[in-house]
Every structure is written in structure tokens, then in C-alpha cells.
Design a protein around this ligand. Structure first.
Ligand SMILES: Nc1ncnc2c1ncn2[C@@H]1O[C@H](COP(=O)(O)OP(=O)(O)O)[C@@H](O)[C@H]1O
Ligand SMILES: [Mg+2]
Length: 232
């Protein structure tokens, strides 16, 4: 058995987040604790507006919190501080993100969208190109590599977004309702590709989804409720 099995890919400890606007305050995350091992998957379900996207943003350090720590592997960070330039560079290779609305860059073609992520991670272009072709093949969109995203269906766009998330072989993929915009059949295909490609890349996956069937296909399932994570 490999000793990488029990290593932690990401940990959150006592994470809190309150949004303030004017005199109003909205406490979204009360006390979030979670841990995900390397090469494993965790789903998070929860009512609309309960803070799932906010939590993923905090884990990726795209947003600051009011209290708590986030660890990428052994690297410890205080969520109340803005990420340093070192952490921004680290994130480019450590975390891949897949969004519900794809967020591909409309002016760039499929291959360029993927290679931009490798450029941000300061990866070798030749190696990244080979890997991009491999991922495009795996995702069934190799023939679309020179198209702009607008010419692609929703399912194809999301498969490109998955390839982009995986291009730097991240330790962790954060997927925020990745099939929320897709029809049921396409959603099933995309989810299968996401789970399988994360497994093949030994990337851990945190999957936010409303679909109970997809949630149950991860190694562990959890709910975000009243600002805390409940493990099932
Ligand atoms: N930047 C923000 N400023 C103020 N309130 C916000 C902001 N972002 C999110 N919220 C609020 O925080 C709550 C959680 O939002 P979100 O994390 O998007 O929920 P979910 O992804 O679970 O649907 C919602 O009530 C939302 O309106
Ligand atoms: Mg959300």
C-alpha cells in the first residue's frame, strides 16, 4: 500500500465567513472543519444560498474569511489574510476549478484556453501541449481544439473546462455544481468523465452538487448546513 494514501490534500479548520454590507451582517460559514485525503473524493450538498460557493472560494483562497485556517497539503494559511504572490503561484498548480457556467475565455480557442492555465502554472509549453492533447482526447473534444467556446455545446464546454482544470495535474479539483447547466444525459456523461479523470490523475475532488446520485458516487458525502459541514 502506498503511504500517500493517508496524506491530506486539503484541510480547513474553524473557518468562518460573515458578509457585511452597510450595517447588515450575514454569517454564512459558522465553523467549518473538513479534511480530504490525497486521491479521494468528497461531495458537498446543501440548500441554495447556504454557502457552498463561498466555502469553495475560501478553500481556494479566492476570498478571505473572518477566522480559520486552510491547509494545502502541509502548507498552512490564515484565511483572514489575502494570498501572497507565492500562494497565488502555488494555487495555479495545486488547485483546478470547474464552475457551473464553464468560464472559458471567449476570445481563445479550446487549446489556448487549456494552455493559458499551464502558462499561469509556469509549466513547460511542450510538455503541456502533449498533455493537453491527451486530455482533449480523453474528454472527447480533440476535434474541437481549434474552435472558440461559443461554437461548442454546454457538455463540450464543460469537458474543455475539466481538461483545463487538470492540465497542471493539481492535487485538488474543486467542482461547483459542474453539471448544473446540463441536461440529464449530458450531466451523467460529464460527471463520469470528471470522476474518472480525477482518479486517473490522482487528484482529489471536492464536488458541490444537488444531484444525490452524483453525490453518492464520491468516496465521502457531506452536507453544509447552518454554516457547518456534517459528514455522513
Ligand atoms: N459577495 C457577497 N456579498 C454579500 N453576500 C454574499 C456574497 N456572496 C454570497 N453572498 C451571500 O452568501 C450566501 C451564500 O452564498 P453562496 O455561497 O453563493 O451559496 P450557495 O453556493 O450554497 O448557493 C447567500 O445568501 C448569498 O446571497
Ligand atoms: Mg453556489
Amino acid at each position: 500500500m502506498s503511504d500517500s494514501r493517508n496524506r491530506i490534500a486539503l484541510k480547513a479548520a474553524e473557518v468562518e465567513k460573515t458578509f457585511s454590507f452597510g450595517t447588515q451582517k450575514l454569517k454564512v460559514l459558522g465553523n467549518v472543519n473538513l479534511e480530504i485525503e490525497e486521491s479521494s473524493s468528497l461531495s458537498i450538498r446543501g440548500d441554495s444560498g447556504c454557502g457552498k460557493t463561498t466555502l469553495l472560494n475560501l478553500l481556494a483562497r479566492l476570498e478571505t474569511g473572518n477566522h480559520g485556517k486552510v491547509f494545502w497539503g502541509d502548507y498552512e494559511m490564515d484565511t483572514t489574510t489575502k494570498p501572497t504572490s507565492y500562494e497565488i503561484a502555488l494555487r495555479a498548480n495545486f488547485i483546478g476549478v470547474v464552475y457551473q457556467a464553464y468560464y472559458l475565455i471567449p476570445e481563445l480557442n479550446v487549446l489556448e484556453n487549456i494552455l493559458l492555465a499551464s502558462k499561469l502554472g509556469k509549466q513547460d509549453l511542450r510538455v503541456s501541449k502533449d498533455r493537453a492533447f491527451e486530455l482533449l482526447n480523453k474528454m472527447g473534444v480533440y476535434d474541437k481544439r481549434s474552435q472558440i467556446p461559443q461554437k461548442l455545446s454546454g457538455g463540450e464546454r464543460q469537458r474543455v473546462a475539466i481538461a483545463r482544470a487538470l492540465i497542471n495535474t493539481p492535487k485538488l479539483v474543486l467542482a461547483d455544481e459542474p453539471t448544473g447547466n446540463l441536461d440529464e444525459h449530458t450531466a451523467g456523461d460529464v460527471m463520469e468523465l470528471l470522476l474518472e479523470s480525477c482518479r486517473e490523475n490522482h487528484s482529489s475532488l471536492i464536488l458541490v452538487t444537488h444531484n444525490p446520485k452524483f453525490a453518492d458516487s464520491t468516496d465521502r458525502t457531506s452536507f453544509l448546513k447552518d454554516g457547518s459541514i456534517l459528514n455522513l
